[in-house]
Design a protein around this ligand. Structure first.
Ligand code: 5GP
Length: 206
């Protein structure tokens, strides 16, 4: 059985990563979303264990000390971390995993998992990004400003990703990312054993 693939999705707040990630899990087979831990307070509508594992500052520190994170970061005045055990369990069972992480986390994942595939979701313009952040209405105006100024730094890291996809239309963007995932699943180095199985008379399917 092939191991699951880790897909790292990044992009500035408001680029639409969350919607793309949800769309992928809803439409593709054999893929799951990794739930991160954070010490920030839940926003309206966020659900424990679905949006994030919301933990105290103290618990987050314990998780770092216990080596429970694949990567973690202290950013946007909050801490975020990818739990190691759930990601490793999924890929060991052959399930692909989507991580929604910012740029530092993405670079750190690539260091520990060089086969991970990174995808950057780029907004069509800064003006549209700012409007999306304001329309979201989940942050105070000073936080919107912080997020917006960090967006430019994040966009500057996009060239380090394996793929860059512009999100000017939700469905088009989702389709592009889904096709990247399909193509990555069929890469030769991930399927090296298949030709021999066919030569041995086995019948294989997708
Ligand atoms: P938000 O507070 O809007 O949910 O997330 C802020 C940023 O943190 C987003 O860019 C998101 O991708 C990133 N993030 C969420 N979970 C993790 C994580 O586990 N690790 C890292 N490095 N970034 C994360």
């Amino acid at each position: 059985m092939r191991k699951g693939i880790v897909f790292v999705i990044s992009g500035p707040s408001g680029a639409g990563k969350g919607t793309v990630a949800k769309g992928l899990v809803d439409t593709l087979d054999n893929i799951s979303f990794s739930i991160s831990a954070t010490n920030r307070a839940p926003r309206v509508g966020e659900v424990e264990g679905k949006s994030y594992y919301f933990v105290s500052d103290e618990r987050f520190g314990e998780m770092i000390a216990n080596g429970e994170f694949l990567e973690y970061v202290d950013k946007y005045k909050n801490k975020y971390g990818t739990p190691k055990s759930s990601v490793c369990d999924l890929i060991d069972r052959g399930v692909d995993v989507i991580l929604d992480v910012e740029t530092i986390g993405a670079a750190n994942i690539k260091k520990v998992m060089p086969d991970a595939v990174s995808i950057f979701i780029l907004p069509p313009s800064l003006a549209i990004l700012k409007q999306r952040l304001i329309n979201r209405g989940t942050e105070s105006s000073d936080l919107v400003e912080i997020r917006f100024s960090q967006a430019c730094d994040e966009i500057g890291c996009a060239r380090d990703y394996d793929y860059i996809v512009v999100n000017d239309d939700r469905d088009k963007c989702l389709k592009s990312v889904a096709s990247i995932i399909e193509a990555e699943r069929q890469k030769g180095f991930r399927n090296e054993e298949l030709p021999d199985l066919v030569l041995k008379g086995k019948v294989i399917s997708d």
